[in-house]
Design a protein around this ligand. Structure first.
Ligand code: C2O
Length: 574
């Protein structure tokens, strides 16, 4: 089996850009597990032309999507990030549990100050017992609209996949693209108090495909050999949209979700919220031809405008007529909640797992939107939310406000005034969350602003119930927890009811981002064994900007391997 990783490596074609292919071809040797892998990330602006429109985007190493980080399980990764743009930057390694390395997690004002223009910071962490498909993205403002790339972690040398070795592997990153400047857009949206405008296009590996204005030749393509099986590493790096993905006439077999193996589950389509990754096997078992791979919207909320045109890439058989029309892929309707549930129901851990059975800390957290009273003297300009209010979002009705230095630094150095430790373990007010707003007022549902954290004892066994609320609208929220994966032990529609809730304590999936069902709830469990300051937030950036987040602080344990080390010397200053 010593060859298996080399085999994988040789056949990973990286169609992300020719620049990368050149780089990739040079690296012939595969390191043994436990080695250190170095990467150099230069955050740079670059001119791109898409949809007949030229603009500057922020990228890493002038690549879009950015460079792929390739390592093996248990490897140490060192990425030196230099910010050559005028904007603040940080990089988050999404899904990496950062065991004892919270300083390198990346969310701005949570674990670090941003890397300022001209500065650099070396991220150093180990992929402790982790393998699979991850991604990295900027974690400051809306920069991650263009600053993202894949992380591929292979099993240790000699360790095969728990499924037949695919013939080739391909990374498929779903994204959203705006014609305008995204940072400017963010400022305008937040100042307006109103909703975020839809993206101008969806993209697959940076390419919108033929369906948009002036994009006919900007199409990503995988060339496939008839009869062979391909592993697609799907990543949703979009900003504000959840998405369906399907390939015309082909079945997808899910074998991994959020970088953990799952029982093989065969389906016609999958749904990924931003922050979710999924590995699927696809066999080229259809008649020779050109098939569409399609990415379309999943929108569970009411009265929100969104991009409805699908991004298309080609799954093209060798021998197909090159400029023949592609067979269209069938995507579910944008509001097909059942299709989403079917995918979720199919996700099971590969083997029985060790789910915490006894719980020390039980948290109940509502997730949803708010409408705050207009406080502006120019309401036409600044209060463009529902009923002339301003949109906000919250957990347990607390709208998260970022502090001015990082919470981790303030916590570690005992600097006061940056955060409080009173995040409530349950909402302050109970009502019919799934069907009504407090006092049946769909408007003026004021959130409380705060930088509130919840402190957890080292080793405590935590259960967290997320409950969607219906203020403004119910909606599927992709909730992401930093520093941990968690078992998704249950979910359902309506209000959570402990009497009737069905939990899977045998083989639930082990994830880092859970799509809380629209108008429903999800229950997760994990053991708080990684000390640090961990952000928990909706991975729709507009909701995160509106305050849909909170912070968990996990205290040190007793032993050396239970204690967060000192901060690195080059930790950026605010
Ligand atoms: Cu992928 Cu806090 O994010």
């Amino acid at each position: 089996m010593a060859n298996s990783v080399a085999f994988v490596f040789v056949f990973v074609y990286l169609p992300l850009s020719s620049y990368f292919q050149a780089f990739h071809a040079m690296a012939h040797e595969w390191p043994a597990g436990g080695s250190t892998r170095f990467y150099d990330f230069k955050v740079q602006t670059m001119r791109v032309t898409k949809l007949c429109n030229t603009k500057e985007i922020v990228t890493v190493n002038k690549m879009f999507p950015g460079p792929v980080v390739y390592v093996q399980e248990d490897d140490r990764i060192i990425v030196n990030v230099t910010n050559e743009t005028p904007y603040n930057a940080t990089i988050h390694w999404h899904g990496v549990r950062q065991k004892l390395s919270c300083w390198f997690d990346g969310p701005s004002y949570i674990t670090q100050c941003p890397i300022q223009a001209g500065q650099s910071f070396a991220y150093e962490f180990t992929m402790v017992k982790q393998k699979g498909t991850f991604f990295w993205h900027a974690h400051v403002s809306w920069l991650r609209a263009t600053v993202y790339g894949a992380i591929v972690v292979y099993p240790k040398t000699g360790v095969p996949y728990p499924f037949k070795q695919p013939y080739e592997e391909h990374i498929v990153i779903l994204g959203e693209y705006w014609l305008g400047d995204v940072l400017q857009l963010e400022r305008q949206v937040l100042a307006s108090g109103g909703p975020a405008p839809p993206a101008d296009a969806f993209t697959i590996n940076g390419h919108p495909g033929p369906n948009y204005n002036c994009s006919r030749n900007d199409v990503y393509r995988i060339d496939v050999v008839p009869g062979k099986t391909y592993l697609l590493r799907l990543i949703n790096a979009g900003l504000n949209m959840e998405n369906f993905f399907a390939i015309a006439n082909h079945k997808l077999t899910v074998v991994e979700a959020d970088a953990e193996y799952t029982k093989p589950f065969t389906t016609d389509r999958v749904m990924l919220g931003p922050g979710q990754t999924m590995n699927v096997l696809v066999t080229a078992d259809q008649t020779i031809g050109k098939y569409s791979m399609a990415m379309g919207p999943y929108m569970s909320a009411q009265n929100i405008s969104f991009q409805r045109i699908s991004a298309i890439a080609y799954f093209q058989y060798l021998g197909a007529v090159p400029n023949s029309v592609s067979l269209p892929a069938k995507l579910p309707n944008f509001n097909d909640n059942l299709a989403v549930k079917t995918v979720m129901d199919g996700l099971r851990s590969l083997k029985p797992v060790d789910v915490p059975k006894k719980i020390d800390t039980n948290l109940f957290v509502t997730v949803g939107l708010n409408v705050n009273k207009c406080r502006s003297k120019t309401p036409q300009k600044n209060c463009r939310g529902m009923n002339n209010g301003t949109f906000a979002a919250s957990m347990n009705n607390i709208s998260f406000v970022k502090p001015t230095i990082s919470i981790l630094e303030a916590y570690y150095k005992k600097i006061g005034g940056q955060f409080t430790v009173d995040f409530p373990g349950a909402p302050l007010q109970f009502y019919d969350f799934a069907n009504g707003a407090p006092n049946n007022a769909p408007n003026n549902t004021q959130a409380i602003n705060g930088t509130r954290t919840k402190v957890l004892k080292f080793g405590s066994r935590v259960q967290l119930i997320f409950q969607d609320t219906s203020t403004v609208t119910t909606e599927n929220h992709p909730i992401h927890l930093h520093g941990y994966s968690f078992y998704v032990v249950g979910y359902g529609t309506g209000n959570f009811n402990p009497q009737t809730a069905n939990f899977n304590l045998i083989d639930p999936p082990y994830m880092n981002t859970i799509g809380v069902p629209v108008g429903g709830w999800a229950a997760i469990r994990f053991v708080a064994d990684n000390p640090g300051v961990w952000f928990m937030h909706c991975h729709l950036d507009i909701h995160q900007s509106w305050g849909l987040g909170a912070v968990l602080i996990v205290e040190n344990g007793k032993g050396e391997l239970e204690t967060l080390p000192h901060p690195p010397a080059d930790l950026p200053r605010c």
